[in-house]
Design a protein around this ligand. Structure first.
Ligand code: SAM
Length: 188
């Protein structure tokens, strides 16, 4: 993915753009590049060293190998954080840990933007009892996926002082596969 997601660009216009920023699960670095236009210091991390290599090529930022459930940063390190399309890859327990880690590394008053997937997303039809998404030939086949209804979303983010949620729906021409996401904006 090369270009930033439009909701991320929009969210960045609503928060103070100062201090230190982190992109958790940065992938190929499309939002690292965007953050570089707005903040003095940008860091990023991902579980995939391939992803970090792509990010370094695209942005010059050498990211950190990380697991979202145990971030390699001290408490209160960042003013701004993004985790776009990352936290739902795993179990509910891992999901809660990732949200708690995000909160831990944010400074008081710091802001974060997270894209979560709704339990009404089309993929929910293909998640088995072990929480694994199964659809041969789909790029996410075999991945653990934790999709959220509104109550679960609220429970996961309950420790933040302020929160705002937007629902997005997109689909392809036949409308059989609605992509439904929660765009979560929170303040520590
Ligand atoms: C769908 S991609 C999104 C990438 C990027 N945030 C973007 O919007 O382009 C999900 C990313 O999360 C990373 N990821 C998956 N599980 C992770 C984990 N446990 N800890 C850190 N990163 C993880 C993947 O390697 C991948 O780069």
């Amino acid at each position: 993915l090369r270009w930033p997601a439009e909701p991320v660009a929009r969210w960045l216009t609503t928060v103070p753009l100062v201090g230190d920023a982190i992109d958790i699960g940065c992938g190929s670095g499309r939002h690292v590049r965007l953050l570089q236009d707005h903040t003095m210091s940008v860091r990023c991390c991902d579980i995939s060293s391939d992803a970090l290599n792509w990010t370094a090529l695209a942005t010059g930022v050498r990211g950190d190998v990380c697991d979202m459930t145990t971030l390699p940063y001290p408490d209160s390190s960042f003013d701004t954080a993004i985790a776009y399309g990352v936290f739902y890859y795993g179990t509910r327990r891992q999901h809660q840990k990732a949200v708690d880690e995000l909160r831990r590394v944010l400074r008081p008053g710091g802001n974060a933007f997270i894209a979560e997937r709704s339990s009404r997303d089309w993929r929910s039809r293909h998640i088995n009892q072990s929480g694994v998404f199964r659809l041969p030939d789909h790029p996410e086949d075999g991945m653990k996926m934790d999709l959220l209804d509104h109550a679960s979303l609220s429970a996961l983010y309950r420790k933040f002082t302020k929160g705002n949620v937007e629902v997005t729906a997109t689909t392809e021409a036949t409308m059989t596969r609605p992509n439904l996401h929660w765009l979560v904006s929170v303040t520590k």
